[in-house]
Design a protein around this ligand. Structure first.
Ligand SMILES: [Zn+2]
Length: 141
């Protein structure tokens, strides 16, 4: 076997053994909001995990209730904004934890979340198939 052939083989073997590149999901872009509808608070949390392995819930640091992972894009309403918190709770109950709803797979376009409770009531029906199991969920068990 000449040198070139050996090199080729070695390179081939090398490629096969090459570890998969480690993607680090650290940094503020992967902070997730955990919201508690009981005491109407939201906390940003970061874990040294891939986002898909982030906990779905944590213990609410304020009331020790259930704080739900609402992802990166959740903007918590003001504590005094009861109507908005009702909407958030309603969405969570129906399986919408501010996950992206993409009508076209792999598309960047996603459906905007409802702004009011009334809109949310239509929203959960219209996008029922996108609902996920959530700790507050009463429709999917
Ligand atoms: Zn709480």
């Amino acid at each position: 076997m000449d040198k070139q052939a050996r090199m080729k083989l070695r390179r081939k073997a090398g490629y096969r053994d090459l570890p998969k590149p480690q993607v680090k999901y650290q940094g503020p872009e992967y902070s997730m909001s955990f919201a508690c509808c009981e005491c109407k608070t939201s906390n940003m949390r970061q874990f040294n995990l891939e986002p898909c392995h982030y906990p779905k819930v944590i213990e609410c640091p304020v009331c020790k209730g259930v704080a739900v992972n609402l992802g990166r894009h959740f903007k918590p309403p003001k504590k005094s904004d009861t109507a908005q918190w009702k909407k958030v709770e309603f969405l969570i109950e129906h399986g919408f934890v501010f996950q992206k709803i993409r009508l076209i797979k792999n598309s960047y376009e996603s459906v905007p979340y409802p702004e009011t409770l009334a809109q949310a009531k239509e929203f959960v029906v219209k996008y029922e198939t996108y609902a996920v199991k959530t700790p507050y969920n009463k429709t999917i068990q």
